[in-house]
Each structure stands twice: as C-alpha cells, then as structure tokens.
Write a protein that binds this ligand. Structure first.
Ligand code: ADP
Ligand code: MG
Ligand code: ZN
Length: 477
C-alpha cells in the first residue's frame, strides 16, 4: 500500500472574556436564563446600530502579539451574509479583507523537537445565538444570549501532520489565551471551538490533496478520533480510485464517524461587503507599544525560567506552567517562603493527584500559599514526618487549615525527646530478639522491620531516620 501523509489546518474560535458583547452593552455571562442578555442590537432589530467594544480590539491585539503576528493598523469589519435562525441580522459582522492580525506563528513541542505552526490570520467577529432542539415538541428554540458575544478566529496554515501536533497546537493556544486573560478557552463550554481541515497526500508529493472541514469537536479526545477517522475515510476513497469532495462534515463522537453537512461554500457565496454601520479602526503605534509592554510572561518563557532559576526538571516546569492557576500557586508559595523545589513537589505530586481524584481544576485549589509554605517548614524542621505531612496536606486541601495549629491541636508532632524514643526502641529490641540478632549478624534488611515496629508503637509520631539511628546505636553501641 502507498504511504500517506495527513495535512491539517485549524480554524479556532475563541470567545473573548469581555464583560459585555462586541457591539452592545449586554452581558456575556455564561449560563443565564434564555434570552435575558439581549437588546435591539444583538437581536438584529431594524434601526439599531452597533458600537464597537474597545476591549475586544485590545484582546485581539494581545492575542495577535503573543502569537507573533503582524498587525493591520488600519482594519475594518465586513458583513458575511447568510440566513440561519440563530443569526437574527441575516449577516454576521466579521472581517474578511483586512483582519486585525496576520502572519504569525507559534512553536509547539513534538516527538521530533520544536516545530513552528504558522498563523495565517486572526480576525474579530460576533458569535451567533444558540439553537436548542426540543425532541419532545419536535421544534427548535433559539436563545440569543450568545448572539454578539465577541470572538476571535485564529486561522492556521496547513502545517500540522498528526493529531498529536494538533493537540499540542491547541494546548499552546489555550494556555496563551489563559495567561493573557483573553479567554478561559473551555472546549466543553464552547469558549474554544476548533474546526479541523484535513487532507491526505502521498508521502513525497508536494501538492496538497482536497480537504474537508470537520465541525462539532468538543474535546481533545474527539478531535484525535475525528482526525484518525477522517484520514482513514479519505485514504479509502483514494485507494478505491474515487475523489475526496471538498465539504463540511459533522463528526459524531458517539458513532465515531462523520457525515456530510454541506458542500464547502466560497467567500463569494457570502456576498461579503464592508459593514457601513462601523467606521474603520485605526490602531496607533502607542497602543501597540503599550500592549507589548504589558504582556505577561507566557508558558514557554515561564517553564524555561523555572528550570534556570529554581532548578526544576523540564517535566515539572512543564506541569506547573501547564495551567495558569497552578503556576500562580507555585509563585505565591515561593513568595510565602516555601523552598521552590519542595513547593514544586507538593504541587505536581499530591496536589495534582487530589485534583484529579476530586475532579477539580487548579483554579479551585483552596489552601493558602502561606499554609503550603508552613507545612513544608514543619517537615523540614523535623516537627512532622513525611506520612503526617501527607495527612495534614489532605486536610488542608479540603478545608485550608493552618498546618501549625492543626499539628499541635491533633498532637501530631514527632517525638524528638529521645528519652521516650530510646525507651521504645529498647522495648521493641527486647520483644524481637530474632530480628535484633539478625541485625547484629549483619543482616541489614531487618532494620526496616524494627523501625516499622517502633513507628507503630509511636503512632507514627517519630522520624524514621532517627529511629533507625537509635536502633543501630542500641545494637552496635
Ligand atoms: P476557507 O476560508 O475557505 O475556509 P482557507 O484557505 O482560509 O479556506 O483555509 C481554511 C483552513 O483550511 C486553514 O486553516 C488552512 O490551513 C486549511 N487548509 C487549506 N488547505 C488545506 C489542505 N489542502 N489540507 C488541509 N488543510 C487545509
Ligand atoms: Mg473557513
Ligand atoms: Zn445586546
């Protein structure tokens, strides 16, 4: 069989985290009762006029600069005309001729090193309303709360070659938008939506094959399955001597197959023209300079700094910076006095484990950074041992207790008074003459058993290393 290469380009819609919509003052809050965040503008009433929300332009610029784009300092809005019940104006206000940003790139990590994915453009547009299909009454209802919510559409060049690269690219966009505060980019809630354009070609061929576009992908897993499914489908067509038709397909993740939605439309089908209700936008050098000077540190730079400044491994630095809230936690814990490596261990270890177990996000972490710093100190000073630290951490994770208070109130301090410890060690050695004898004869392994016995007797409140020392001292003098 011939060898095929998959070629993928993405169109990603990102809902911007502005308080109000792009052309009116209605709220963008998610989850409100249907049609409560609406007005004449976002329901397309005749005579109503749009007024551009400045914050939308600011967010689009932030995104574009972070994605290494050129800026069109003179840009415009265009009308994309089509009829659909979720679109009350019968046109969508978007940008065709002069999108705000163009020609950028991001760098992603792949199995074979760093790879550049070029960004063709980023444009601003308004979201449509939402159709709710009601099987019971066999009718469709429309909710205009989402109508007019600001979006940017990030269009990549067809530079990706596998599902892994696509997911690395999307993860990079997601984290960039989150660090910028431009969007929360939740696939499940629809604040980030990816359309996958895919074609296949024979390995070695320089011409692209005919592509299809897949919509309705709302998780990374669905995206990966859709890519594999569509690749197979296209290869099969080609092998049978048929041709791939350029069309929009809807992926059904339950059936793990896609079906054609509509044949692919061209820009000319939409009768685009400049929107006469909105004046062109001019973006000053000063505005761009100001935004550049305010850009936050992004994931890659942060991860590099965590390695050079704090000596973290690349793996830990990647985990910590993978989520903005987690990185903020880490930095706040250091500011509160925690040793960086220890804080990193708690956050990438126990914290991520408990978050996963409780199905929570890093943004929902409740314990104060000061308390993590205090817990680390209690352990470092030998006040509590590792096991107790984990127990206290679990309590802290659920209810943010002050570990110092908690440890003293629950009598969890280790016994450092070697009076009681020495006594216990003697008692255990006397009670286990066989093990003690073996240790004396050089069978070092049995020390673990004896330490365990002492720890049990001490109800865990002892430093196992110290206990080991005391046992040896007793036996070897
Ligand atoms: P349109 O505006 O008609 O949707 P574009 O040329 O702007 O078409 O491309 C849309 C998306 O499709 C882009 O992300 C682009 O990278 C991708 N794309 C274009 N040609 C191909 C192809 N042959 N195979 C895979 N993806 C493609
Ligand atoms: Mg398109
Ligand atoms: Zn409105």
């Amino acid at each position: 069989m011939k060898q095929y290469e998959t070629v993928i380009g993405l169109e990603v819609h990102v809902e911007l985290a502005t308080k109000t919509k792009i052309f009116c003052g209605c709220s963008t809050a998610f989850g409100a009762a249907p049609n409560t965040h609406v007005c004449p503008v976002c329901t397309g009433m005749p005579g109503s006029l749009p007024v551009l929300n400045r914050q939308v332009v600011e967010f689009a610029l932030k995104a574009g600069l972070a994605l290494n784009c050129e800026i069109n300092q003179f840009c415009k809005f265009d009308r994309k005309n089509y009829f659909y019940p979720d679109n009350p104006q019968n046109y969508q206000i978007s940008q065709l001729y002069l999108p705000i940003c163009h020609d950028g790139f991001v760098e992603i990590e792949t199995g074979s090193g760093t790879k550049k994915v070029r960004i063709h453009e980023i444009h601003m547009e308004e979201d449509a309303g939402k159709l709710v299909h009601d099987d019971w009454t066999d009718s469709s209802l429309v909710d205009y709360n989402r109508s007019g919510v600001p979006l940017i559409e990030i269009v990549s060049e067809p530079d990706m070659r596998s599902a892994d690269e696509v997911i690395a690219y999307l993860t990079c966009l997601q984290s960039t938008m989150q660090y910028l505060g431009v969007s929360d980019c939740r696939l499940q809630e629809g604040s980030m939506r990816a359309d996958v354009n895919l074609s296949v070609r024979e390995v070695g061929s320089s011409a692209f094959g005919t592509r299809t576009e897949m919509k309705n992908l709302n998780s990374f897993k669905a995206i990966a399955r859709a890519i594999d499914g569509e690749r197979e489908r296209q290869i099969e067509l080609i092998e049978e001597g048929k041709s791939v038709i350029q069309e929009t397909r809807r992926w059904d993740d339950n059936k793990e197959s896609s079906h054609a939605m509509r044949s692919k439309e061209d820009a000319k089908d939409y009768r685009y023209f400049p929107d006469p209700d909105l004046p062109p936008i001019t973006i000053s050098d000063e505005w761009i300079a100001k935004i550049k000077s305010e850009q936050p540190e992004l994931k890659r730079e942060k991860a590099a700094r965590y390695q050079s400044e704090y000596g973290l491994s690349a793996y830990d630095a990647d985990l910590l910076t993978g989520d903005k809230a987690l990185a903020e936690r880490f930095e706040a814990s250091i500011a509160a006095g925690a040793a960086p490596k220890k804080a990193a261990n708690w956050l990438t270890g126990e914290t991520l484990r408990l978050l996963k177990e409780k199905n929570m996000e890093p943004g929902e972490i409740r314990f104060a950074p000061e308390h993590l710093a205090a817990l680390i100190l209690l352990f470092e000073k030998g006040v509590i041992n590792n096991q107790t630290a984990k127990e206290v951490f679990a309590v802290m994770f659920d209810g943010d207790v002050d570990p110092e208070t908690y440890v003293s109130e629950h009598g969890l301090k280790m016994e450092s008074d070697s009076g009681l410890l020495t006594e216990t060690v003697k008692k255990i050695i006397d009670a286990n003459p066989k093990a003690a004898g073996e240790l004396r004869e050089g069978k070092d392994k049995v020390i673990g058993f004896l330490v365990g016995q002492v720890m049990r007797e001490m109800k865990g409140k002892a430093d196992p290393a110290l206990v080991g020392d005391l046992i040896r001292k007793q036996i070897f003098g």
